[in-house]
Design a protein around this ligand. Sequence first.
Ligand code: FUB
Ligand code: ZN
Length: 615
Amino acid sequence: MKRNLIAMALLLMLGTSAQAQHSKVVNQVDFSHVRITDTFWSPRLDRHATVTQPTCIDQIENQTARIKNFINAALVGQPGVGELRHSGIFFDDSDVYKAMEGMAYSLINHPDPVIEAKMDEWIAYIEKAQQPDGYIDTYYILMGLDKRWTDMDRHEMYCTGHMIEAAVAYYKATGKDRFLKICQRMVAHMQSLFGPGKRHWVPGHEEIELALVKLYEVTGNEDYLDFAYWLLEERGHGHGIGPNGPWNTRYYQDSVPVSQMKDISGHAVRLMYLFCGMADVAAYRQTNYMQALNDLWHDVVDRNMYVTGGIGQTASNEGFSEDYSLPNATAYCETCASIGMVLWNHRMNQFTGDSKYVDIMEQAMYNGVLSGINLRGDRFFYVNPLEANGTHHRQAWFGCACCPSNITRFLPSIGSYVYGTSDNALWVNLYIGSEATVAFSDGTVGVTMQTEYPWDGHVRLTIGSKMKKDLRMRIPGWCKDYTLTVNGQPAGKVTTDKGYAIISRSWKAGDVVELTMAMPVERVSADPRVKEDEGMQAIQRGPLVYCAEAIDNGGSYDDFTLTPVTQFTMCRMPGILSGIAGIAADNGRQTLRLIPYYAWDNREASKMKVWIKEQ
Ligand code: FUB
Ligand code: ZN
């Protein structure tokens, strides 16, 4: 007892918070139970299935050697086979896996035997390329297995992580476990080399950690969880030395143990995946990770995030620079980093039940992520600046194709972000038309959502069966005024908690909840410490950030100034840019026409800016 008191006093003196296992407050309703039926998203998912996915498959299979690498890797060492070399970048396997993850999600909204057969075909190539000891990475199989596991930044575990994510998605979508077994053999190989009492290893690019937790969750094998935890704990102890000498520990997020991280640094995508892995492990192990992530969230969001939800200011490190330094024209804002923001903030919401994380998730999703793909679905941005001179355009593919393959896996996964459950409540996080089957420990409930969001703030939710749960509807941070009704009558006693409006009652089949959120045009100012945005404002409506393109504005593009009397008119334009709501800003002398940021660079080349001069 006395010893405990001394230990507690020491902890208090050191200011170290006690370790804890953090149960999730909100559980995800998995994509496999949510069918999207939405006026904004469904056409995008259709285009994903008919254009984006075939584009990625074609790039992976025909235009580049990504599948060929697997086929060739299976031939290495076979009698009569000459020298074979790897083609492309050393982590190109990850694009195959990310595309496969997207194909698996896509099967929910677009069941397609051809896509499932394509996945089976690719899984067979992967299986054949897998080495007898379980190793699979086409770069090293083709370039020399003697060199494998010699360079911590060569992404072997990164590729494995993406393979696991694809296999888990495929298993959930189809019930088939062949791909999972390939992953399990590779992980067993890694566990034979690395771990307590074996070799140290600090993956240069995080990803494996979050994937191992997914593998644990579908298999129940705690060894995967232990391995994920061990890999996280390897950081910050000087183990991450590559063959060419000490690496830049801040770039690799390896300068202090992860639970002691106080500020963000380095490569933005790596950091997001690290934070996801930390949150995932925190659900099952005693750690300080959630306390650390809470502080780190403020460092990302309050000091280093663009209004589009994009992160990563500089190209040189594909990541962070100085706090409050947010240049617009040279913003990096990699599409993958915005996807990382969605993944991480979703997890933060699950642990806290706080809607401020969904606000950021939504901000990144509707702006920084969506801008990463054109409206036709066949061109991609890697870098998403907030100002452009007319020469920055989306491309069909990239040598380093992390962003196209990330967006093709992200889009069809959106079903996983809409709803949540806890013992006592159904949570509605995103307003996306959908039909869901939500499982609680005491039964399942069907839910239908109809909405014109993000163009309109009206949402209609129909409960499909008896339900004795609270209904928690997220009130977005941007929303200052809303009404809630049940079956056409005022909802009665509505309490609020952490950004959710809560209706407690016994629900019966057919009950209809209507949420109406006022969605005026808002003028947004940056933190005064952001010098690049001084004297300027951005325009936002609902979750969408707007921008001006020169092609819509003639002389107003350069001259227009927002004045105190500027009036805004919103106008639905069904035929323009796949149907948008445009905004006209009228200061009495000139008019500036604005379109959603995600829709820029879909017409002829044009200058673009998000921040507009203010008087
Ligand atoms: O290194 C793998 C991926 O390629 C990173 O996440 C991206 O930033 C790009 O460098
Ligand atoms: Zn990327």
